[in-house]
Design a protein around this ligand. Structure first.
Ligand code: NAD
Length: 491
């Protein structure tokens, strides 16, 4: 990206516009702490304009398109993201500091795939018909029209910016809605770039809009409280979800929430040991631990406990922190200094609560040029009670606590003893046990002998305080569409 392009303006009605207030804030590179751009902060005026543009597009050209025309455009969006792969990669890496090897395999390809998958879903989804007898002895036919919900507010986090944003924008647009996206204040780049893509392939102005800014008393709160937004889809922290739900209550707008987690990994003694170490290592440390599906609580059956702790320690110590482009970089920085302060406060709490620090627990030595980045050591603890803060609260860093267990019932109880319910990973060769445990774990997703395997047609979401609703495949349509019943009497 050129320095000129790193001024992040809002994308409203097909145009890049600055804030009328002139307010803006820094875009910081987490790798070395340098300021790499300015982000305009939307006030009520920009949010109003974006929502009005989205409403006009819904009633105008976008609303009049056939499913065929709409889905052809979404295929072009996917192709254009792929054509500009290097631009998206550079933008995502600059914002997040994540290794190029990770972003090029996960974030950007999934960003493109999200448009194709949901274009296919909407083309193939059936609706219902019922014939009924009428009181006068005749007959009537009922059929359901699947109609878009309307203008959708999309509020996104910073950990997988393009991937998680398109996971919502893809099905929203495929279903015929229009959107106003509020990317995270930490990661404005790829959402902005997607505006260029929309214009390039001919998506009508107003269909896809972006407003930048913060959450409370800023673009996020203005968007979620906006009376002309028909539904709000949000990925982020559970506490933020509570604030957004309160805002959505006014006007009775429905919400779809993908929230925090405190996911457990359960490793039985009969597991394929190397596969389990590999899977838990990825689940704990990938993306510097900033994955909602990550594992921060690991329970290992007692006979293999010591061996497992030693093996995971070796994996953690083998992750080389470094610049995103360097071959051999195994782990990037956290997203910001503020987030690092939060994660380090948990590292301190773990020590204060009596943890044995198996590895890590602080900040790594980095070359001088990178010292102002938000680097942190992958960390493993043992020896804490289940009541300890780092065992109960979501940290969202590259760390986990490992505890031994003795029986299947005990580990199910431990895994479920949390207000969260996003996912669990389960490592065993015993198929009977795998099915039994999966049935009893209170989560939205349960992986057996794997982690982060995602078929985008399947239901994705959390139980308990980890979410409301399911997205993915046809399940996304429960939020992004409504069924309108048409009843026609045969004459
Ligand atoms: P966050 O909740 O702090 O922020 C997310 C977004 O909400 C940002 O765009 C922010 O500006 C906005 N926001 C904050 N307060 C707001 C308010 N009052 N009104 C409207 N918008 C507001 O989350 P984060 O720190 O960006 O992301 C990390 C969190 O996201 C973790 O808890 C993680 O588990 C969760 N997450 C969940 C999933 C999932 O699928 N379940 C996926 C990724 C991340």
């Amino acid at each position: 990206m050129t320095s000129e392009q790193r001024e992040f303006k809002h994308f409203i009605n097909g145009l890049f516009v600055g804030s009328a207030s002139g307010r803006s804030f820094d875009n910081v590179n987490p790798v070395d702490g340098t300021v790499i751009g300015r982000i305009h902060e939307a006030g009520r005026a920009e949010v109003d304009a974006a929502v009005a543009a989205a409403r006009a597009a819904l009633r105008g050209p976008w609303g009049r398109m056939t499913v065929q025309q709409r889905t052809e455009l979404l295929y072009k969006v996917a192709d254009e993201i792929t054509r500009r792969f290097d631009d998206f990669l550079a933008a995502e890496v600059a914002d997040t500091g994540k290794p190029v090897s990770l972003a090029s395999h996960i974030d950007i390809p999934r960003g493109a795939a999200n448009f194709k998958v949901f274009a296919d879903v909407i083309k193939n989804v059936p609706t219902e018909t019922f014939e009924m007898a009428t009181p006068d002895g005749g007959e009537a036919l009922n059929y359901a029209l699947r109609v878009p919900r309307g203008v959708i507010g999309v509020i996104c986090p910073w950990n997988l910016p393009l991937l998680l944003m398109t996971w919502k924008v893809g099905p929203a647009l495929a279903s015929g809605n229009t959107v106003v996206v509020k990317p995270s204040e930490e990661t404005p780049a790829t959402a902005t770039l997607l505006g260029e893509v929309m214009n390039a392939v001919g998506v009508p102005p107003g269909v896809y809009n972006v407003v930048h800014g913060l959450g409370p008393d800023s673009a996020g709160a203005f968007l979620t409280a906006h009376p002309d937004v028909d539904g709000i889809t949000f990925t982020g922290e559970t506490r933020t979800g509570e604030a957004i739900m309160a805002a959505a209550a006014k006007g009775l707008r429905p919400v779809s929430f993908e929230l925090g987690g405190k996911n457990a990994g359960l490793v039985f003694a009969d597991a394929d040991f190397d596969a389990a170490v590999d899977g838990v290592s990825r689940a704990a440390f990938a993306n510097c631990g900033q994955v909602c599906l990550g594992t921060e609580r690991v329970y290992v059956e007692r006979p293999i406990f010591d061996k497992f702790v030693a093996a995971l320690k070796a994996r953690a110590e083998n992750l080389k922190p470094g610049a995103p482009q360097e071959a051999g970089t195994g782990i990037g920085p956290l997203i910001s200094q503020e987030h690092r302060r939060k994660v380090l406060s948990y590292y301190d709490k773990a020590r204060a609560e009596g943890a044995k620090v198996v590895t890590g627990g602080g900040v790594p030595d980095m070359p001088e040029a990178l010292q102002a980045g938000s680097w942190i050591q992958p960390t493993i603890w043992t020896g804490l009670p289940e009541t300890a803060s780092v065992v109960r609260e979501e940290i969202f860093g590259p760390c986990c606590h490992i505890a031994p267990f003795d029986t299947e019932d005990e580990v199910i109880r431990l895994a479920n003893d949390t207000p969260y319910g996003l996912c669990t990973t389960l490592w065993t060769r015993d198929l009977g046990r795998a099915h039994r445990v999966a049935r009893q774990i209170e989560v939205g997703l349960c992986w057996i002998n794997s982690w982060f395997l995602r078929d985008l047609r399947t239901a994705f979401g959390g139980s308990k305080q980890s979410g409301i609703g399911r997205e993915g495949g046809v399940h996304s349509l429960e939020f992004y569409t409504e069924l309108r019943n048409v009843c026609i009497k045969y004459l």
